[in-house]
Design a protein around this ligand. Structure first.
Ligand SMILES: [Zn+2]
Length: 464
């Protein structure tokens, strides 16, 4: 039985245009072992390349979704076709049919029939204090520990992590690229122990990847904005080029909900930044904090479209009518939610929020650190979790679940029209060893190559 399965798998892969090159399999397993290489292994017989410096070129033999297959009203499959992308100056200039006449003067690369998906976006990660890239180390037991205990643990850990934090951030960036994520938002500790050093190291890491990886930084007062008295440091961080003011549980950590949130918003207003707050409080105090933040944005037009609630667990304890009311107010003010799609104790009401028009994003949070050892850096895993948690095991709902990984870009619209890519779109995409989005979400299919601003930043393509 097993042998038959392997044979049919090999036959399938031959038919679908390639050996499973070690690149895809080894790229992932090596990455998950903490040794991600920025490039996949190369099948020399196919003249693959792992770098691509042309500013104007063709990428042929790309599989694009063209529509849904239906049985009556039911979507039962996804139709794809082979196309050639023309890429110029970081954008998709044109889409050509497979048999179109191409300019022979332009360089041409081949995608082996792999599926094109929008690049993934990891919108909540901590690149600055990961264990990733270092020897295995599990978090200490969390039972009975409060967030204040975790902060005390950090005060011991940060001095140990800082000397190598740039190296580990760069390894984690390589992992994200290998998973298809080339856009991210990283929180970065601003605390009395590390001062601005975490930020300086993260900025050095990002500078080394500025051509391959785009990352916003949130200055994150992990030890409490008021509790650790870092208002001044936060303001210094703003002048160092961070993009957002962070925050943290204003009741449980700072013990002064309104004062803490006011201070956070004031930094944002003074420096013309957005806000992205960690709000874990799943309690009436957490609900009160959400209400206070929404009211603040409602009264302060400069904050409209500039507040992100990370985690926002308090939304999971609301009654349906309360949730509807709050979600409506959030949507009206452009307040977004980033969820790691938690499983277990609480299920976030992501479909209800989305139905009300709230923008929903996801992120890794921790890949491996003193908070959690379970992260994979894989946004397809998050889409897969959404599909499992929210009842989406059919072709249509699997394909829709991809949206949380891509910033809401989907190859097909809900009615099955080609929606992405279009000429003029940024050339930011991932080639996946899958037949369609639904399969990629359900099976978390291997990534073959990642492109950022038209550049190959992970994996390999054929030199045609
Ligand atoms: Zn976080």
């Amino acid at each position: 039985m097993e042998r038959a399965h392997q044979q049919s798998r090999r036959a399938f892969l031959r038919h679908s245009g390639g050996l499973v090159t070690a690149s895809t399999v080894m790229g992932l397993s090596a990455a998950q072992a903490g040794t991600a290489s920025a490039s996949a292994d190369v099948d020399r017989s196919r003249q693959q390349v792992t770098t691509l410096a042309d500013s104007h070129y063709y990428l042929s033999d790309v599989s694009l979704e063209e529509g849904f297959e239906r049985e009556g009203d039911v979507v039962i499959g996804t139709r794809t076709g082979i196309h050639t992308l023309e890429i110029q100056n970081g954008r998709i200039k044109a889409l050509h049919d497979a048999n179109a006449t191409l300019d022979t003067a332009l360089p041409r690369y081949g995608a082996r029939g792999k599926l094109l998906l929008p690049a993934f976006r990891d919108m909540h990660i901590h690149l600055d204090k990961t264990f990733y890239g270092s020897p295995w180390q599990a978090p200490r037991p969390r039972q009975g520990k409060t967030i204040m205990d975790m902060i005390a643990r950090e005060e011991v850990l940060l001095p140990q992590l800082l000397p190598t934090s740039q190296m580990r951030a760069e390894k984690l960036i390589a992992l994200l690229l290998s998973q298809g994520s080339s856009v991210a938002r990283s929180h970065c500790n601003i605390d009395p122990v590390s001062g601005l050093k975490s930020l300086e190291h993260l900025q050095l890491a990002l500078a080394n990847h500025r051509d391959s990886f785009e990352c916003e930084i949130v200055a994150f007062p992990q030890h409490g904005l008021l509790h650790s008295k870092v208002d001044g440091l936060m303001r210094e961080a703003m002048s160092m080029g961070v993009h957002h003011v962070g925050g943290l549980d204003p009741t449980n950590v700072d013990g002064a909900m309104e004062e803490s949130l006011d201070a956070m918003f004031q930094i944002a207003l003074d420096h013309h930044k957005g806000v992205d707050i960690h709000i874990h409080e799943a309690s009436p105090a957490g609900v009160a904090a959400l209400n206070y933040m929404i009211e603040t944005v409602e009264k302060t037009p400069e904050l409209r479209d500039r507040l992100t609630l990370s985690h926002a667990f308090a939304l999971s304890i609301l009654q349906p009518e309360e949730l509807d009311e709050m979600a409506g107010r959030m949507a009206a003010q452009g307040i977004a939610v980033v969820s790691t799609v938690p499983i277990g104790r609480r299920t976030m009401p992501l479909p209800q929020l989305r139905a009300k028009g709230v923008k929903i994003m996801t992120g890794t949070d921790s890949v491996i650190d003193h908070w959690s050892p379970f992260g994979t850096g894989d946004m397809l895993e998050k889409a897969n979790l959404c599909a499992q948690l929210y009842g989406g095991s059919d072709e249509f709902h699997l394909s829709r679940a991809l949206a949380i990984a891509t910033g809401d870009l989907l190859p097909l619209s809900d009615d099955g029209q080609m929606a992405w890519p279009k000429p003029g779109d940024k050339a930011e995409f991932v080639l996946v060893d899958a037949s369609c989005s639904a399969e990629a979400v359900a099976r978390r299919s291997p990534r073959q190559a990642t492109f950022h601003q038209g550049r190959l930043v992970f994996g390999a393509v054929d030199r045609a």
